[in-house]
Ligand binder design. Structure first.
Ligand SMILES: [Zn+2]
Length: 305
């Protein structure tokens, strides 16, 4: 019997067919795909998982490049307008899905990489807050910006004021200009200094640069960490592979950060959920610590859901 699970990091699509396109995994049978509207309710009931946060992100800069390659004559403005209306639909869909399935908690795609100028970004943020968004997802690597980009400051300020959390990808996914890496944890420090009451979840705690996250945990008490991507061990390919923290060190590092600040997340469907739950069960945490990491910390953060 599994203890209660609240997965703070899932990417949801509309259908099995869409999941297959967005998260292609060779040799992964469709029967196993659950991170979509068609199957998610059955999965939550069968596993059983008490709830998930849908940290949905749509990668507009990549989509723009693809369109440009297909149609070099098209006007840039028209392409962006079209892509942003798709992003708006995507946010509306996950917000509506929460009405049909309250166990799916919606975080919306709102960052400067998607909306490109602060006015459009803030307009979309207000629209989503009005429709019941429970938080925001940002992705510096895929959005191609640094987290301390001042164009993001009004968003951080508004979330801080509203008491809404933001979850960001962190780690090595996509470099930046020169040797810089957009999502390297140290790049977030100016944000933590400027917005000390913002409830900020740094995703992928065990992945590359985990040493930087330990220092951030010490110096910035408002920062939370999710475990998405898992810990490194022989039979499991963690996010960032051999650069990820080993499972043998997981309990020690979770305690060093503070057990109440670590949230279970899977990053499904890109990474499998069940093996990551079982990793934590084998990590050497006490039952009380497990209960906190697997569900209670996220429940407390989001309540009343
Ligand atoms: Zn993710």
């Amino acid at each position: 019997m599994l203890p209660p699970i609240f997965d703070v990091h899932v990417h949801l699509t509309r259908s099995v067919a869409q999941e297959r396109v967005v998260f292609p995994r060779p040799d992964y049978p469709d029967d196993w795909r659950w991170a979509n509207e068609e199957r998610v309710s059955a999965h939550l009931t069968d596993e059983p998982i008490e709830a998930i946060v849908a940290v949905n992100y749509i990668v507009l800069p990549d989509m723009f490049d693809q369109r440009r390659r297909r149609d070099p004559q098209a006007s840039e403005q028209e392409i962006w307008d079209d892509l942003r209306s798709r992003a708006r639909d995507f946010n509306s869909w996950i917000l509506e899905l929460h009405g049909r399935e309250p166990r799916v908690v919606p975080f919306v795609c709102c960052d400067i990489g998607t909306w490109r100028d602060t006015d459009s970004l803030m307009e979309e943020l207000e629209r989503c807050i009005g429709l019941g968004a429970k938080g925001v997802k940002m992705h510096p690597g895929l959005g191609r910006y640094f987290p301390a980009d001042p164009r993001m400051f009004p968003l951080y300020a508004r979330l801080e004021e509203a008491g809404l959390p933001i979850l960001s990808d962190t780690g090595s996914l996509r470099g930046g200009p020169g040797d810089e890496v957009y999502g390297m944890p140290d790049q977030f420090i100016p944000v933590f200094e400027r917005f000390p009451r913002l409830s900020f979840i740094m995703a992928h705690m065990p992945s590359a640069y985990w040493d930087q996250r330990l220092r951030i945990a010490r110096e910035h008490p408002q920062v939370l960490f999710d475990t998405a991507g898992g810990f490194s061990e022989q039979q499991f390919r963690a996010r960032d592979g051999y650069r990820a923290c080993a499972l043998e060190d997981a309990a020690r590092i979770i305690r060093q950060i503070g057990v109440e600040r670590v949230l279970f997340g899977s990053d499904a469907p890109g990474h499998d959920q069940r093996p990551q739950i079982h990793q934590l069960l084998r990590a050497g945490l006490t039952d009380a610590e497990l209960e906190q990491v697997l569900a209670a910390n996220t429940r407390a953060l989001l309540s009343p859901v």
